[in-house]
Design a protein around this ligand. Sequence first.
Ligand SMILES: Nc1ncnc2c1ncn2[C@@H]1O[C@H](COP(=O)(O)OP(=O)(O)O)[C@@H](O)[C@H]1O
Ligand SMILES: [Mg+2]
Length: 385
Amino acid sequence: MTCFGLCLGGKASPRHNHVVEIDEEISTIENARVYSYRELRAATEDFCPVNKIGKGGFGSVYKGRLRDGKMAAIKVLSVESKQGVKEFLTEIKVISNIEHENLVKLYGCCAEGDHRILVYNYLENNSLSQTLLGGAHSSLQFSWITRTKICIGVARGLAFLHEEVQPYIVHRDIKASNILLDKDLTPKISDFGLAKLIPADLTHVSTRVAGTLGYLAPEYAMRGQLTRKADVYSFGILLLEIVSGRCNTNKRLPIEEQYLLERAWRLFKKGELIQLVDALLGDDFDVVDACKFLKVSLLCTQVMPKSRPSMSTVVKLLTGEMQVNDEEISEPGMLSDLVSLRNQKNTSSDTLSAGSGKQVDSSSSANTTATHGTMTFTTIDDRKS
Ligand SMILES: Nc1ncnc2c1ncn2[C@@H]1O[C@H](COP(=O)(O)OP(=O)(O)O)[C@@H](O)[C@H]1O
Ligand SMILES: [Mg+2]
């Protein structure tokens, strides 16, 4: 057996070459297993394309059955990141120690040779982007109650990462495809902690920025200024998507409806927010609650990071433990402001600062202003509608 359980100080199995290399680190991983490449290859039938369930900024994801019979999502990280085994395992250790009902569980990893693979709990109901926002492809029904449960669950998971994990984790990539659903439609945030596994080289960053443009906080997109409040912004966009049942950007709609946040702000000013609620819900929703959720999304997307609530406050606002104060809602940081910049024909990718990983304390971001600086997007990959 080339893989071995690490839980609770299990005894080491016979050593193989690769095992010797990582032996030192392994002994301190408590909640994860180290899988052999061989086992993962068998689980995915040699990484057969039929078993591929997705591809994202970090690499490809395969569905596979592990030797113990459990189904897993096996994420093969892109090979450009030749992170050392030690550094890789250090990050894995951090991620695998984090457990919460609303976070995807990491089973373990593989770090043989150049391979860097993560093994996660497989979630039956895929992601919000493929179900709720995926058009006719999904047979799942998202009632109002289900949607509220999903919003509050995601908020709780994020509040946990931001306020209970030490040191705190900024997710950096909150979006519908990173919210997975288990068989009961309980939401699980995936990909937390991953940013550290792949150095934020520019190519990688520009791909990711392009794919998830609509979720980016202005200060992060323009200056790479990363705080927990950048996640709060992305959460605000996600909240709008869940309530309205549509993607944040849809180029097939009339121009004035293409950007969800822009539309939300316009409707808020007219006192007609309720129009944004997904028509598929019919009468199956609580008007007061739906308006409240939409207002929270406007609070989360305020242009100034300091005006956005913390995630624990978001949880309280959503559950009704705290009241939303309309006076605190001013114009959000608009996606359309960013998009218009792509027409400024400076295509040099090194002017893109987003995701450079410059992490600053949230308090020091208080002076962030919405100057548009030199941001340029080399590719804009609009999300599917
Ligand atoms: N644990 C998992 N269970 C089920 N499906 C998953 C899991 N992890 C990832 N996926 C699927 O694989 C897709 C690609 O994942 P990922 O590489 O994280 O890219 P992205 O988050 O950019 O979509 C996801 O959108 C989801 O559909
Ligand atoms: Mg993902």
